[in-house]
Ligand binder design. Structure first.
Ligand code: NAD
Length: 554
């Protein structure tokens, strides 16, 4: 990518730090892979053992260490140490072992790492902007060494995965997501910036913990909170014009309104709302392909009407409208049940994001009652309520549908509405199943059924690559619709057979590149691009992707 010298180009060694300094620079460090000539030129003789490793040998040693760790948190700590020491090696092992490491660098282990952040902390990463920094945000961003930042992931730590308010401990999330931007889509790590807005926490255990690293005060709300977010958005755009800002793990009270406030003003999106929506929509596209029906014929009942659920609903409505339904008809095909029962028009004090799905229908007290009324073809769980797709509910779906679509998307695994095994067993293997967290394949009647994992990492890295490639000024719903379509097509073409809901993670860089092309095309078509349109967009996108190979310095 621009800003990164081409690989293997002879560099002027005068510009490079020497001796111990280059070993301390994770972006430049090659550890034992520095060649004889480099060791001589960079003052490294004697600072490294004699044997010169290939990158493959370094990977072998790193994997031996990684796999010897007794648990996933220790694996996370080990990987973080590699990341801090030798960035190229970190991305090499992450890319080459993405299926094995995804649950460690991201959900569920990253959640545990966030909970323990103040206790496992080794070395800082990212920018912390606290509420006490109001009026000084630009000077804080000025301290960050990167100059050509193209992607920022920001959290305020209030709703970390399914774990709630973790305050400044939430920094693990932007760090983890940005490492996936690089691993899954080849966004140059030098162009990424993790940010935590430290506005306090309402979690008593953290406030009482002397090792908690955030500000020890209750969460700031209201005007000062909004001023801090606003100052950050403006300072980021002044310092890095057009930078894409991904909002991550904000609570609903802020996530929807911040998205509405900024989506038409700057290049931004909310992954919990829009990224989740695209990955779920892709799963539905795949499901209707498997069933041989059309999306506009589906009736979808949601359990959970939070950011994820309503985000998915809104994008499904747009996708159904693309298939010819009018908006009202499309909305009537999506019903929501939340903790107070079916979302209906007559309910009082409905949160604004639920109102477009509050239909003029009789109330129903719970999911089972709503299911009887609606007779859905698909159920989508985004409630965080473990086991809420009970045997009775799943069997009822199987009675009314030849191929019931059952998506239990709540994370982590322990919160899934049902397991893959439950869904397949209770439907005699007829369910088209996907989950938020991974489940192992299930044997039913001599067949092996592989559940799909609706991981947001299928969408946001490729979307980001497309936005960066085109220099897109906005992130639009049309881009998410296109990304969902591409992901579903990649599932169909992945060679795992007709029943495949999502492609294997091992194909993620190919999937991301295809999504990037589709997203960039939209930016060019809609006049939202600031970069000139290349003649061969797929080749241009492929060339833009960071590859973790060592540079030859001399
Ligand atoms: P949220 O807190 O905004 O929403 C949760 C919703 O569930 C609320 O509407 C709440 O009323 C409802 N709910 C809670 N208990 C209920 C009950 N007993 N009965 C009925 N409804 C109940 O959270 P969110 O951001 O929407 O995320 C929800 C879940 O989706 C989380 O577990 C999250 O991990 C998961 N998620 C998955 C993916 C993915 O698979 N790619 C992406 C994002 C979120």
């Amino acid at each position: 990518m621009a800003g990164r010298p081409p690989l293997n180009r002879e560099r002027d060694i005068a510009d490079l730090p020497k001796g111990a300094d280059i070993l301390q620079n994770p972006r430049l460090n090659k550890d034992t892979a520095f060649t004889e000539r480099e060791r001589a030129a960079l003052g490294l003789r004697g600072l490294l053992p004699a044997h010169i490793d290939s990158q493959e040998e370094q990977v072998e040693r790193a994997m031996e260490n990684y796999r010897a760790k007794p648990n996933d948190l220790e694996k996370y700590i080990y990987l973080t140490a590699v990341h801090d020491r030798n960035e190229t090696l970190f991305y090499r092992i992450l890319i080459d072992h993405i299926e094995e490491m995804m649950p460690v660098v991201y959900t569920p282990t990253v959640g545990l790492a966030c909970q323990r952040y103040g206790h496992i902390f080794r070395r800082t990463r990212g920018v912390f902007i606290s509420i006490l920094d109001l009026g000084k945000v630009d000077s804080i961003l000025a301290n960050w060494p990167g100059e050509d930042i193209r992607v920022i992931v920001v959290t305020d730590g209030e709703r970390i995965l399914g774990l709630g308010d973790l305050g400044a401990n939430g920094m693990g999330i932007p760090v983890g997501k940005l490492s996936l931007y690089t691993a899954c889509a080849g966004i140059d790590p030098a162009r990424t910036l993790p940010v935590t807005l430290d506005v306090g926490t309402n979690r008593r255990e953290l406030l009482d913990d002397p090792l908690y690293l955030g500000i020890h005060r209750e969460r700031c709300r209201g005007e000062d909170y909004d001023r801090l977010v606003d100052e950050f958005i403006r300072a980021a755009n002044e310092r890095y014009p057009g930078v894409m800002i991904q909002f991550e793990d904000f609570a609903n009270i802020n996530s929807f309104r911040l998205l509405e406030r900024y989506r038409d003003e700057v290049c931004t999106f909310n992954d919990d709302i829009q990224g989740t929506a695209a990955v779920a929509l892709a799963g539905l596209h795949a499901a209707v392909r498997i069933k041989g029906s059309a999306l506009k014929e589906e009736r979808i009942l949601f359990l959970g009407a939070g950011g994820a659920g309503v985000g998915i609903g809104e994008l499904i409505v747009k996708a159904m409208m693309e298939e010819g339904l009018d908006e009202g008809d499309a909305r009537r095909r999506c019903w929501f049940v939340d903790s107070k029962g079916l979302v209906v028009k007559s309910r009082e004090k409905l949160a604004p994001h639920k109102i477009p799905f509050a239909h003029e229908i009789e109330p129903a007290r719970d999911f089972a009652a709503a299911l009887e009324r609606m007779k859905p073809t698909a159920i989508i769980g985004v409630s965080g309520m473990q086991g809420s797709f009970s045997e009775a509910i799943v069997r009822r779906m199987a009675e009314g549908n030849e191929r019931p679509v059952i998506f239990a998307l709540s994370n982590p695994t322990s919160k899934a509405e049902c397991t893959a095994e439950d869904a397949y067993r209770w439907t005699g293997g007829r369910a088209i199943f996907a989950s938020g967290s991974p489940f192992d394949p299930v044997e039913i009647g001599g067949r092996t059924l592989s559940p799909g994992q609706g991981n947001n990492a299928y969408i946001f890295p490729g979307l980001g690559l497309g936005v960066v490639a085109a220099g897109a000024t906005r992130v639009t719903d049309e881009m998410f619709l296109a990304a969902a379509r591409v992901l579903a097509d990649e599932a169909a073409a992945c060679g795992l057979g007709e029943e495949c809901v999502y492609p294997p993670l091992s194909r993620i860089r190919k999937v991301s590149a295809s999504i990037a092309v589709a997203v960039a095309q939209i930016a060019y078509r809609r006049g939202l691009s600031t970069n000139p349109q290349p003649e061969d967009l797929p080749s241009y996108v492929a060339e833009e992707m960071y590859v973790p190979e060592y540079r030859r310095y001399v």
